[in-house]
Design a protein around this ligand. Structure first.
Ligand SMILES: Cc1ncc(COP(=O)(O)O)c(C=O)c1O
Length: 370
């Protein structure tokens, strides 16, 4: 048997048929960029994430850039971010002319902690912080970090690229986020038919500015109140996601079931499966386990030999990337991000993974000779 790390083609039959019918309507009507379906998607994702304002844009990286600018981050401002994230978080800060400062994450939760945020704010006095929620979880101290940033007047931008559908104490992660962003890259839990992203806010002013920025700074058709760029959402992508949203809870349930079975049934001592905090409802984006850096290479070879896909999300710290060198303003490192990068392993996880595929992974992993 061969089990891929991810298979994004496991759709519901009805979903595929509806999307293709709707896309041919778009072509007939010449709706390629924007149009009514983008509004339809924005309303649907706003309702799903339970926020005040939701905007579609071209991708998750642009979404962070739009969010930083709309929240008030300007040239040379200092922005804190975790050392363990996807490169886009780091890159976005530089692209808006600000200066990135990395802070280390916890070895236990793999996320920022209130203590690490406090240390970073004390040491660097930043204008903003990007809190990143990875693996389909939420940072365990999200609400504490939100309150602290408010108290210290630090703008908080939340990178929820992996966290659509995540809840804290039964409440959508997006509901209390001043500004949040996401990616609808096809491999995300809500994936589009190409690149797409979203910007969310609880404040009208931020949402209004974001809307202007992502459409050439437009305040009228040929009136440009700001220097923005073109980050508009395409009509096909919006259509694909309007239909996908109807099945999202079902897809998340299927993913969560994979993570749950791995946690319960993989008993091999070389793998330590992690879970989100007890009050966090995960979306099942990734299955996460830690191994020792010494054991992981042999385990990866074993997975390859048995045709089991895997991920190492992520295999390097941001501050250690060659592209970071000339941009990094400063960092607080305890070596945790580097250690996680060498220890993390992600087993296959996607919606509608078959039970025999799940069983195969469990059986093979349990038979690994460390
Ligand atoms: C944490 C995180 N931030 C930002 C992004 C960037 O999103 P995109 O690839 O849509 O630009 C991604 C996804 O790739 C991500 O996982």
């Amino acid at each position: 048997m061969k089990v891929p790390f991810i298979d994004i083609l496991r759709y519901e039959n009805h979903f595929y048929e509806t999307v293709t019918t709707r896309v041919s309507e778009l072509i007939k009507n010449g709706h390629f960029v924007g149009g009514p379906v983008v509004g339809e998607f924005e309303k649907a994702i706003k309702d799903y994430t339970k926020t005040q304002f939701a905007l579609g844009c071209a991708n998750g990286t642009d979404a962070i850039q739009v969010a930083l600018r709309a929240a008030g981050v300007e040239k040379n401002d200092k922005v804190l971010l975790p050392d363990m994230t996807f490169w886009a978080t780091f890159e976005s800060v530089v692209n808006v002319g600000a200066v990135p400062y990395t802070i280390d994450v916890s070895k236990e939760t793999l996320h920022l902690t209130l203590a690490s945020v406090k240390e970073g704010i004390e040491k660097f006095n930043p204008k903003a912080l990007i809190l990143v929620h990875l693996y389909g979880w939420a940072c365990p101290e999200t609400n504490e970090i939100r309150n602290y940033c408010k108290e210290r007047n630090v703008l908080l931008i939340e990178d929820c690229a992996q966290a659509v559908g995540v809840k804290i104490k039964g409440e959508s992660l997006f509901t209390r986020a001043l500004v949040a962003t996401t990616s609808f890259y096809p491999a995300k839990v809500l994936g589009a038919s190409g690149d797409a992203g979203g910007v969310f806010s609880t404040e009208q002013k931020i949402a209004d500015t974001a809307k202007i920025l992502l459409n050439h700074g437009r305040t009228g058709h040929y009136d440009h109140g700001l220097i923005g760029w073109n980050s508009r959402l395409g009509a096909y992508e919006a259509t694909f996601m309007v239909e996908a949203l109807k099945y999202l809870d079902q897809r998340l349930e299927s993913r969560r079931n994979v993570c749950k079975q791995f946690r319960e049934k993989i008993t091999h001592p070389a793998l330590k499966f992690l879970s989100p905090a007890s009050d966090v409802w995960e979306n099942g984006y990734l299955s996460v386990a830690l191994m020792t850096p010494e054991t992981r290479p042999a385990f990866i070879e074993y997975l390859k030999a048995h045709d089991i896909g895997y991920g190492t999300v992520y295999p390097g710290a941001m501050s250690a990337q060659p592209g970071a060198v000339s941009h990094l303003g400063g960092k607080i490192s305890h070596g945790h991000a580097e250690w996680i990068a060498k220890s993390i392993i992600n087993l296959p996880c996607f919606a509608y993974m078959k039970q025999e595929e799940i069983d195969y992974v469990i059986e093979k992993v349990n038979q690994f000779k460390a």
